[in-house]
Design a protein around this ligand. Structure first.
Ligand code: ATP
Ligand code: MG
Length: 320
């Protein structure tokens, strides 16, 4: 994505949901996307898939995949790209599964481009993938409907469908959020296996910083529609430069060593995106704010070529 901006038309005026997003997902890598609710993570994911709602518009910038600008492709080319090369799994598996078709039928449907494979062959491929994601007795399960599975099993089925055609890019939007801790880890391990085996790149959106740290190579931190910091997983977790990233890490319950009743939070709320602040978008909540922050929108400061932070402090008072 280059300089990508997306706005939603809403009754009270346009919502500037994404502004000037630059993001790369190198082949075979896992890129983690973090940020509070409303920061624009799902909007970004849906934009890649071409699934934005009708009131959304890409007001600026480009999304390219394997060197091709998605906006210049014909509808048929786009459909085939989004069916075979890019796939997406959502937080709620019922979003991608149809309630009225058996999972076997749906997993055969996904393979509709494989004309050379017989229907039986497609069923076998489906069963094999279900086995991989830990669904016992898969041949028998293919005849069942989504509601006949537990939520965790449904999510594993949705992931099996997502990787069945070995996409180049898998977009996973909070796929573990509704699961218990042990299942979360299992799913994360599965994604890591698929990435190694199929060389699939993954854009992994999660609120669970522990999973992000375990799975991702690169971490992108979003706040109120902007990427505020971007670096290797090590940079972000050990040398965060942006006060927002620092605050996000400080509030992670898993990183707080002493048991305490009053878990820390980031004071204030994500700004209303009908009116984006003039200076730094995080200034109203930033503990390190100074005059310049309210007056001038910061540019990306390069800590090193792969580590960028959009902050006027330029690391001067960061957490070293
Ligand atoms: P969460 O962590 O809660 O899933 P998110 O980071 O995925 O949050 P988005 O769902 O991308 O956030 O929302 C970003 C902003 O865009 C929010 O201000 C939201 O209200 C707005 N938005 C999203 N979808 C629409 C829509 N269809 N119409 C109008 N505004 C929308
Ligand atoms: Mg979301």
């Amino acid at each position: 994505m280059r300089d990508l901006s997306i706005r939603f038309q809403a009754p009270r005026g346009p919502i500037l949901a994404l502004r000037g997003i630059n993001l790369d997902v190198p082949r075979g890598s896992v890129v983690g996307l973090v940020g509070e609710s409303g920061s624009g993570k799902s909007t970004l994911a849906l934009a890649i898939m071409g699934l934005l709602s009708d009131n959304a518009c890409i007001s600026e910038g480009t999304i390219s995949f394997l060197g091709r600008d998605l906006r210049t492709l014909k509808p048929a080319e786009l459909r085939s790209l989004r069916g075979d090369r890019i796939s997406m799994v959502f937080q709620d598996p019922m979003t991608s599964l149809s309630p009225v078709r058996t999972i076997g039928q749906q997993m055969v449907d996904v393979q509709y481009r494989k004309r050379e494979v017989s229907s039986n062959g497609k069923q076998q491929r489906a069963a094999e993938m279900l086995r991989r994601v830990g669904i016992p007795d898969p041949e028998h399960q293919l005849n069942r409907y989504p509601h006949q599975f537990s939520g965790g099993m449904r999510q594993r089925i949705a992931i099996a469908m997502g990787v069945l055609e070995r996409p180049d890019l898998l977009v996973a939007d909070e796929v573990t959020t509704a699961l218990d801790a042990s299942l979360e880890v299992q799913i994360t391990h599965l994604l890591r296996e698929f990435r190694r085996e199929f060389d699939t790149s993954i854009l992994f959106i999660s609120h669970n910083l522990g999973l992000i740290a375990e799975l991702c190579d690169i971490v992108v931190v979003m706040y109120a529609g902007e990427v505020v910091e971007h670096g290797t997983v090590h940079d972000i977790f050990h040398r965060p430069r942006h006060p927002y990233t620092q605050a996000l890490l400080e509030c992670d319950p898993a990183r707080i060593e002493t048991i305490r009743r009053d878990l820390p939070t980031i004071a204030g709320d994500v700004p209303n995106l009908l009116r984006v602040p003039f200076g730094c978008v995080f200034a109203p909540r930033c503990p390190k704010v100074f005059d310049l922050c309210h007056a001038v929108h910061p540019v990306d400061y390069q800590v090193h070529p792969r580590h960028l932070a959009r902050c006027h402090l330029r690391g001067n008072q960061g957490n070293e």
